[in-house]
Design a protein around this ligand. Structure first.
Ligand code: OMD
Ligand code: FE2
Length: 429
């Protein structure tokens, strides 16, 4: 399936947008006129409670060919066999690492390829986060997907994605991310025929930019580098499956038309994309390895200030100049739980075994840090300025320890603990 032109975007994070794909479709001066233009149907899509403080309030007004409300009951969907959000057993305190998921059988679309690795809390608690992987090789023009459980953060690792969403089209390649709000319907196209990557599902407060404190008014991910698509719609009266994730399970209903029929919209709840190469990476210019919170792209706060439901953190190319310092991540035990993926290249704390497309988990209070080889290399290195290049790792750090699906537990590398075996004992004088 092909779309004809490249998508257009508006710059800025969380701004109020007004956009129409057909001139005259947006009402002027009010949200809900008695008779919207062209007989369009008005719908408010709320991403936060009506009464949230203004700076956290997110909602958009949609003007569409048919109301979303017109559908028959959803029934259980029996595809996507590896998508799970239920506890499979006890939460073991072990560190875990995974190779990339295997290729899917031919004809597997994005939805059916979704493979849950880790998750915490539960969608119905409106808190927590899950990490899924995808490895898709087929497009389904007759299907749309949405998650009522959470906001979706796409991290392509191989192959471009074109997301045809209710609010516009988003193109992303490896190195770019996209966020689709809870409830927003979309189709996934694979312009290169196949794609792999990570999908983070945030059940909690919508992602926002972190506060910058003493860093000042600029830095890290700058708001102007985020892009929101302009209105786009398809007028397609063909049977279309709507598959939703709701309460951790998948449900399906069939419409006689595509629900990607929003002709115009305005508001501040919308999908967006961001190119990670725009991240203004900040680090020490004196000594010591700073906490990785300086690499936070987006954060979903929990109810406790400073303790995130989910921080989305990246480890981009950067110069290392610290003097008299062990430059890679230190050994540490963290009250927060860390799930990491690798988009490309190598990660400076792991010489071996952490592959692009792989995943690792260091839950609350697990001792971790550089493996033996990385430790040895960094301890002996001559401390000239050095560029860490050609790499992009990421971390989803959460205050809630992660559960692991039975499927993922069965696929974990059997010997990850050996990454930290055989450190020489310190010798006292
Ligand atoms: O464990 C990891 O590799 C992630 C990480 C990186 C870093 O630079 C400091 C702390 C941390 O948890
Ligand atoms: Fe860590």
């Amino acid at each position: 399936m092909l779309t004809t032109s490249s998508p257009a975007y508006l710059p800025g994070f969380g701004g109020h947008v007004a956009t129409e794909a057909v001139p005259g479709a947006l009402p002027k001066g009010r949200n809900s006129p008695q008779r919207p233009a062209f007989g369009l149907y008005t719908e408010q899509l709320s991403g936060t409670a009506f009464t949230m403080p203004r700076h956290e309030n997110r909602r958009s007004w949609l003007y569409r060919l048919r109301p979303t409300a017109d559908h028959r009951p959803f029934v259980a969907y029996d595809g996507a066999p590896r998508l799970r959000c239920e506890k499979d057993g006890a939460l073991a305190p072990n560190r875990l690492r995974w190779d990339p998921i295997p290729d899917a059988a031919a004809g597997t679309d994005f939805i059916d390829s979704l493979t849950t690795a880790v998750f915490n809390r539960a969608p119905n608690e409106l808190d927590g986060v899950a990490l899924h992987l995808y490895a898709a090789n087929a497009e389904r023009a007759d299907r749309v997907f949405f998650s009522a459980d959470g906001e979706l953060l796409f991290l392509p690792q191989q192959g471009r994605l074109e997301l045809l969403t209710e609010l516009g089209r988003i193109d992303i390649a490896p190195g770019q991310i996209a966020v689709v709000p809870r409830g927003v319907r979309f189709k996934v196209l694979l312009p290169e025929g196949a794609a792999r990557g990570y999908l983070t599902e945030n059940y909690g407060a919508p992602f926002r930019l972190p506060d910058l404190g003493p860093i000042g008014a600029n830095g890290l991910a700058n708001p102007r580098d985020f892009e929101t698509p302009v209105a786009w719609f398809e007028d397609r009266d063909e049977p279309t499956q709507v598959i939703q994730k709701y309460g951790g399970k998948l449900w399906v209903t069939t419409l006689d038309h595509s629900p990607l029929d929003v002709v115009a919209w305005h508001g501040n709840l919308a999908p967006y994309r961001y190119d990670l190469s725009h991240f203004n990476t900040i680090g020490t210019v004196s000594f010591d390895h700073p906490d990785p919170s300086i690499f936070t792209v987006l954060t979903s706060p929990s109810g406790m200030i400073g303790r995130a439901n989910a921080d989305f953190v990246i480890f981009p190319p950067r110069w290392m100049v610290a003097e008299d310092t062990f430059r890679p991540p230190w050994f540490h035990r963290n009250v927060m739980s860390e799930c990491m993926g690798l988009l490309t290249g190598e990660y400076d704390a792991k010489a071996d075994g952490f592959r692009p497309g792989g995943l690792s988990l260091h839950n609350m209070m697990s001792g971790h840090g550089p493996d033996v080889e990385s430790w040895k290399k960094a301890s002996e290195a001559e401390l000239k300025p050095a560029k860490i290049d050609g790499t992009m790792a990421f971390m989803v750090e959460s205050c809630w320890p992660f559960e692991v699906t039975a499927e993922a537990l069965g696929r974990a590398q059997p010997d990850y603990d050996l990454a930290w075996a055989d450190f020489p004992k310190a010798r006292l004088p």
